[in-house]
Ligand binder design. Structure first.
Ligand code: IMP
Length: 427
C-alpha cells in the first residue's frame, strides 16, 4: 500500500502526532494537506518532547520528504520560528518542501480572528485566534496572498496594497482598531520571503512522482472529522477540510491514488472550543480523564472538554472518510476506570438515534445512551502485543470493532514511539 491518509475521527487531538511519527518511519514522504498552526502535534522521542504546529511530524526523519501542501494557510513567522526551534535541537530541516499555492496568514487575519470572535459574543466559536478562518475566507473570496505571490516582490506589493486598503477600513470603521502600516508589513514579509524561498516547490508534482515510483506516502490530516467545514458540527468547525477527501484537494493528488484511510480514534472523546458534545463529562470523571490524559491544548493551552467514547460520532467518521483501519490511542489513560461507558446511540425527544444527526440543534438536545463494560487495573504501558493486554481491555477494543465494523490495526498505550501495538501493518 503506497498512499495512506491519516485523519482524526473525532474533534481533533486524537493523538495523531504520535501515530504519524510512528508511520513516518515506514514512509518515504509525509504530506500535510490542510489547516495551519491551529494544529498541535506532540511527539516524544527519547524522552524529549517536541511540539509542532505547522511542520509535518515526518521532519524528525532526515531521509523523508516533508510536504506542506497547497491546502494549508501558513503564518510565515510561525513557520520560521518552528524551523529555528527544530534546528536548535539538531533536527535537519532541509527535507521540507512548501507548496507555492499555499496561502499566507497575514497579521490582519490574526487580528480579525480575535476581533470577530469578540464581536460574536455569546455566539463565539472558540477559535485558536491564529488567523485561520480569515485567511481561508480571503482564499475563497480570491483576494488571498499565496506563498508564490510572497516570493514575487511586485506581485506581493500590489496584493498587499489592495488587501490592506480593505482590511484597514474593516479594522478602523467596523472594529475601531488601529490601522496597519503598509511599508512595515511589506518589509517584514519580504524578509520572511527571502528565508522561505529555498523550501518552495511544486509539491503536487513531487508527491505524484513519489506515488508513480511506488514510494510510500503518508497524508497527515490535522484537526478532525467533526471540525470539517462541510461535514463537521458547523459552525463550530475549522475553515478547512480535515477529512480524507481533503487530502486530494489539499495536495493535488487524484482519489484513485489513495489506498488506505487510517482513522485515529482516542479511547475517549475530547473537544476544545464551543458546541454540543453529547458524551461530555462535566463532573469529577471529566476532570480525572483530563488530568490523566494531559488534555490541555498544544496550541492554546486551553483545558479540553472530556467525555466517554461516542460510537455514533465514530460511525459517522467511518462513513464520511471511508476509514479502512483504526489507530486507537491513549488506551492507557483508561486504566483504573471501571465501569467504562461506550455511547451507542442518542435519545432525542423519546426516539433513539443511531446515526449522527445533520442538525446541530438536534445534536444539542441529544442525550447519550450507554453500554457499560468492565475496566481493567493493570498498567498497559509496557505491553507490546495485543494478546498480552488484560481481557477487559481486549474486550473494549473488540466491542469498538464490532460497533464500527472496522479493524483496530494500531493501539497506542503510551506517548513514546515504542508504546505502540501493531496488529495489522499499514505500510
Ligand atoms: P480555528 O481553526 O482556529 O478557526 O478554530 C475553529 C475550531 O476548531 C475551534 O473550536 C478550535 O478549538 C478548533 N480547533 C482548531 N484546531 C484544532 C486542533 O488542532 N485540535 C482541536 N481543535 C481544534
Amino acid at each position: 500500500m503506497a498512499a495512506v491518509v491519516l485523519i482524526g475521527a473525532q474533534w481533533g487531538d486524537e493523538g495523531k502526532g504520535k501515530i504519524t511519527d510512528y508511520l513516518a518511519e515506514k514512509a518515504d514522504m509525509v504530506v500535510r494537506y490542510q489547516g495551519g498552526n491551529n494544529a498541535g502535534h506532540t511527539v516524544v522521542i527519547n524522552n524529549q518532547i517536541f511540539k509542532l504546529h505547522l511542520i509535518p511530524s515526518g521532519i524528525f526523519y532526515p531521509d523523508k520528504l516533508c510536504i506542506i501542501g497547497n491546502g494549508l494557510v501558513i503564518d510565515p513567522k510561525v513557520l520560521l520560528d518552528e524551523l529555528d526551534y527544530l534546528q536548535s535541537k539538531g533536527i535537519f530541516t532541509g527535507n521540507l518542501r512548501i507548496s507555492g499555492n499555499a496561502h499566507v496568514i497575514m497579521p490582519y487575519h490574526r487580528m480579525l480572528d480575535a476581533l470577530e470572535e469578540e464581536f460574536k459574543g455569546e455566539q463565539k466559536l472558540g477559535t485558536t485566534k491564529r488567523g485561520i478562518g480569515p485567511a481561508y475566507k480571503d482564499k475563497a473570496s480570491r483576494s488571498g496572498i499565496r506563498i508564490m505571490d510572497l516570493l514575487d516582490k511586485n506581485e506581493f506589493s500590489r496584493k498587499l496594497a489592495y488587501n490592506l486598503k480593505e482590511k484597514n477600513l474593516i479594522l478602523t470603521k467596523i472594529y475601531g482598531h488601529e490601522e496597519l502600516n503598509y511599508s512595515e508589513l511589506l518589509q517584514e514579509y519580504l524578509e520572511y520571503a527571502e528565508k522561505i524561498k529555498k523550501y518552495v516547490a511544486d509539491t503536487s508534482l513531487i508527491v505524484n512522482q513519489y506515488l508513480e515510483e511506488g514510494k510510500k506516502v503518508l497524508f497527515e490530516g490535522a484537526q478532525g472529522t467533526l471540525l470539517d467545514l462541510d461535514h463537521g458540527t458547523y459552525p463550530y468547525v475549522t475553515s478547512s477540510n480535515p477529512i480524507a477527501g481533503g487530502a486530494c484537494v489539499g495536495s493535488g493528488v487524484g482519489p484513485t491514488k489513495i489506498n488506505k484511510i487510517l482513522g485515529v480514534v482516542k479511547s475517549y472523546t475530547t473537544r476544545v472550543g464551543e458546541g454540543p458534545f453529547p458524551t461530555e463529562l462535566t463532573e469529577s470523571m471529566g476532570e480525572l480523564i483530563r488530568n490523566r490524559g494531559g488534555e490541555f491544548g498544544t496550541t492554546t493551552g486551553r483545558p479540553r472538554r472530556c467525555g466517554w467514547l461516542d460510537t455514533v460520532i465514530l460511525k459517522y467518521a467511518v462513513r464520511i472518510n471511508g476509514i479502512s483501519d483504526i489507530a486507537f490511542t491513549k488506551l492507557d489513560v483508561l486504566t483504573g476506570i471501571s465501569p467504562l461507558k461506550i455511547c451507542t446511540g442518542y435519545s432525542y425527544r423519546g426516539k433513539m438515534l443511531t446515526e449522527f444527526p445533520m442538525s446541530l440543534s438536534v445534536l444539542a438536545e441529544c442525550e447519550a445512551v450507554y453500554e457499560e463494560m468492565p475496566g481493567w487495573q493493570e498498567d498497559l504501558t509496557g505491553i507490546t502485543k495485543f494478546e498480552e493486554l488484560p481481557t477487559a481491555a481486549r474486550n473494549y477494543i473488540s466491542r469498538v470493532e464490532e460497533l464500527l465494523k472496522v479493524p483496530v490495526s494500531i493501539l497506542a498505550v503510551g506517548p513514546e514511539r515504542t508504546k505502540t501495538i501493531i496488529r495489522q501493518k499499514i505500510f
